[in-house]
Design a protein around this ligand. Structure first.
Ligand code: GLC
Length: 771
């Protein structure tokens, strides 16, 4: 009856059932500056070009002004050429063609020479149901999808669907969705072609990669806002990542110490305990750089306070830690305790800094401290206030800041939708809250620390968060399944521009077996952030808690991490320049190799340019590994293996399967107990023989300051040329002096002994020959 009534009056949108409102035909269009505006009866589409490989489409029934984004940091180019015919408008860049079909309005992307990349579903295209806007796309028979960042499930996301809604995903598993973060960016691969799509919309969003449409369509959309997407047409996954991180920004150089081993726990309950753990590392000569304070260092969980009994003199503990070469990272949560006389509460209330109900009352939710208000990090003045408060920690000497519970989490996990942040309601901005908190922390601490790099870590995030912070994958569990899932999360985060990532090694909840602890720690060596963390009440997790034999294994692996730091630091530099992650799913380099997507091989990844790591459960002592085309060596034994096939290899707990690509150049160093330690001054340049010429960009700086932005770095291209039988190091670029004064080449896979003398590590071009 209601339906009939609506149909008669043609007032479907006002009716209580949800009509599908279709986009309609083009009525008019015009170009003004760099913006092509296309009108239909229902909506307006705006198209602009950001680069030859990036085109933005924004379709809306009511464009809201001003146009803003938390993620995008670039501007479109100005005016661009387009052609018009009776049926279509066509935009051609040197790399990309967008055909805009007029009746009905549809957007079809292809390569410059006309090979289809991604097309609207010809029947449905973009349409609305209530405020929800969805775009339906043609699904190609062989199409695969990778990306969306921190999402459980398989590497190839074909046949599944996902929701973005930042959530405190306690006890998540391999089927859980959503998790903590939102990255509405994916890469599609079909017919030997690649494309990327970023839906820049912070509302709850949806991605369906042909889950339930008889293999006809994929679709994406959001609960509100515009159909606002950036289309990437570069060929090659790495190039699309480069373009996406050009658009949304790249990480900056992290402090070197944050790449060392990090020891965390919820919580070391007193300054005494933190120091005891730190001293044990030094006594046992297990390298480490970072200790953490979880929530119990505070007075009643009040942010920016120190517990008066257990952390009575934080200056003293910091001094002792510093003397041992440790840095301290402290946790901060957004929930501000409601308590008169507590500085942050009083100031927040006095200045109206908190999220509100629509009647103007501050929203209250429960978190660790009890009843709390939540800072409105979307406001500039609130972010400045928050950032400035870090002096409570930095004055003492803390330079790492762990942003937690910022989905935002509150007990019950259901903050009412009418809660307002600035002029926006929670559903519109929830997915960006954690990012804005991380931004406030980063901007504030960067300012306070003057020229020193802060280390910022966050649990919740939105696209672009790489500009402010590292991330970890939240509260995982101490099982083999979680270790492998964690690796996929890290690899997938890397596709979405987030390079500095880690998981709780050992698993946050549940107690891992000693075997799993050893195995996971081995994998941690090859994880951008190497942090051991555990839940309150679990067994102690430090390296010496697992028996003498396992302690030695764990120590050996941590030592391996320290040896690899010159290579790892250069990989981070590469990421600051290109956006390429440190941990790379094989789908980045071997995108059209089917085996890479097989369930049993999908956890494998490249760590930097040279190392292929095959994660393996703790109880499997042999494993099938897929080595892509080319020649490989087992890192531990030097054994040479032919690629392009599956090999069965030993995987004892003492030896995680790690392989070196032929031709690899891997700078290493001798073990030090922390990144602050001087070391022996010898750079060990490992050259792994190969048939082809290869290059490695070696990078160093002081590891602590922003002086590298003014040219205080040390860069040189190292080139291995098997035909000329030489290794050359280009003359040094930059004003920084290397911490190494000697160079030793370590040759692998060469038939005859070659020059392996230690030589001076001079600034000028160096050439070392071999026979
Ligand atoms: C959250 C965090 C976890 C932390 C705990 C206590 O569960 O994810 O890492 O230890 O809160 O602060």
């Amino acid at each position: 009856m209601a339906l009939l009534f609506c149909a008669l009056l043609s007032i479907a949108p006002a009716c209580y059932h949800m009509e599908v409102e279709i986009l309609g035909n083009v009525k008019s269009f015009k170009q003004q500056g760099g913006l092509l505006t296309i009108k239909t009866i229902k909506a307006e589409a705006r198209v602009c070009v950001y680069s030859p490989t990036i085109i933005r489409v924004n379709i809306s029934r009511r464009h809201s002004a001003p146009d803003s984004s938390y993620a995008v940091i670039q501007q479109p180019i100005g005016k661009f050429e387009f052609d018009e015919s009776a049926d279509a408008i066509e935009i051609n860049t040197p790399a990309l063609k967008l055909s805009i079909n007029k009746s009905p309005l549809r957007f079809n992307f292809s390569t410059a020479d006309g090979k289809p990349l991604s097309e609207d579903d010809s029947r449905f295209g973009t349409n609305w149901q209530g405020e929800r806007v969805i775009t339906y796309r043609k699904l190609y028979a062989d199409e695969k999808f990778i990306g969306l960042g921190e999402k459980a499930g398989n590497l190839n996301r074909r046949g599944t669907s996902y929701v973005n809604w930042n959530t405190d995903a306690v006890d998540y598993n391999n089927k859980s969705d959503p998790l903590y973060k939102t990255f509405p960016f994916f890469i599609g691969l079909h017919s030997g072609l690649t494309y990327g799509l970023f839906l820049d919309n912070t509302h709850k969003s949806y991605f369906d990669f042909g889950a339930t449409t008889d293999d006809e369509m994929s679709w994406f959309g959001a609960d509100g806002g515009d159909m606002n997407y950036y289309f990437f047409g570069a060929q090659g996954v790495a190039k699309i990542i480069e373009d996406y991180t050009w658009l949304t920004g790249r990480m900056e150089m992290p402090p070197l110490w944050s790449l060392g081993y990090q020891q965390c726990r919820w919580s070391y309950m007193s300054a005494k305990e933190v120091l005891k753990i730190a001293k044990t590392f030094r006594k046992k000569k297990i390298p480490a750089d970072v200790m953490y304070c979880d929530i119990d260092y505070m007075e009643g969980f009040k942010i920016f306070t120190w517990n008066k009994k257990t952390f009575a003199n934080p200056w003293a503990i910091m001094n002792e830690l510093k003397a041992m070469g440790f840095h301290l990272v402290t946790i901060v949560d957004p929930g501000i305790k409601i308590e008169d006389g507590y500085k942050q509460y009083d100031e927040g209330v006095a200045n109206d800094y908190f999220a509100k109900y629509p009647d103007g009352e501050n929203y209250t939710g429960y978190v660790w401290p009890g009843r709390c208000h939540f800072p409105d990090f979307f406001r500039d003045d609130v972010r400045e206030w928050w950032g400035a408060a870090f002096t409570a920690l930095t004055d003492v000497g803390v330079d790492g800041f762990w942003n937690d519970m910022n989905e935002p989490a509150a007990w019950g996990q259901n903050i009412p939708w009418m809660v307002k942040f600035g002029d926006k309601y929670m559903p519109e901005v929830r997915n960006a809250y954690g990012m804005q908190m991380a931004r406030a922390t980063y901007e504030g601490t960067r300012k306070i620390l003057n020229n020193k790099r802060p280390f910022v870590l966050t649990r919740a995030a939105y696209a672009g968060t790489q500009r402010y912070s590292a991330v970890w994958t939240g509260d995982n569990t101490g099982t083999d399944e979680h270790m492998l899932l964690g690796q996929r999360l890290v690899n997938s985060l890397g596709i979405t521009g987030i390079s500095f990532t880690g998981v709780d090694i050992g698993g946050f909840s549940a107690n891992p077996t000693p075997e799993l602890m050893v195995r996971w720690n081995s994998l941690g060596v090859y994880t951008p952030m190497f942090r051991n963390h555990a839940i309150q009440g679990s067994k102690m997790r430090e390296p010496w808690e697992w028996g003498d034999v396992n302690e030695q294994l764990i120590k050996k692996d941590i030592e391996q991490r320290y040896k690899l730091l010159p290579y790892i630091y250069s990989a981070f530099h590469q990421s600051t320049q290109t956006g390429l992650p440190i941990s790379r799913t094989l789908a980045i380099e071997y995108s059209f190799d089917e085996k890479v997507y097989f369930e049993r091989f999908q956890n494998q990844f490249m760590f930097g340019d040279a190392l292929l790591v095959a994660p393996v459960e703790s109880d499997k002592l042999t494993i099938d590994v897929y080595l892509p085309k080319g020649d490989w060596y087992r890192l531990s034994t030097g054994e040479k293996l032919k690629g392009g096939k599956i090999v069965n290899v030993a995987s004892p707990l003492t030896d995680l399967p790690v392989f070196v690509k032929a031709g690899a150049i891997i700078p290493m160093q001798s073990v030090t107990q922390s990144t602050a330690a001087k070391g022996d001054g010898i750079l060990l340049l490992h050259i792994w023989n190969g048939k082809k010429t290869s290059e490695f960009l070696y990078y160093e700086d002081d590891g602590l300051s922003y002086n590298y932005e003014q040219g205080a770095y040390y860069k040189r291209t190292i080139r291995f040329d098997p035909k000329k039988k030489s290794v050359t190091l280009s003359a040094v670029e930059g004003t920084f002096f290397s911490r190494f004064d000697k160079l030793s080449i370590v040759w692998h896979g060469f038939e005859r002994g070659v020059n392996d003398k230690v030589v001076d590590f001079v600034k000028e071009e160096m050439m070392i020959g071999f026979v």
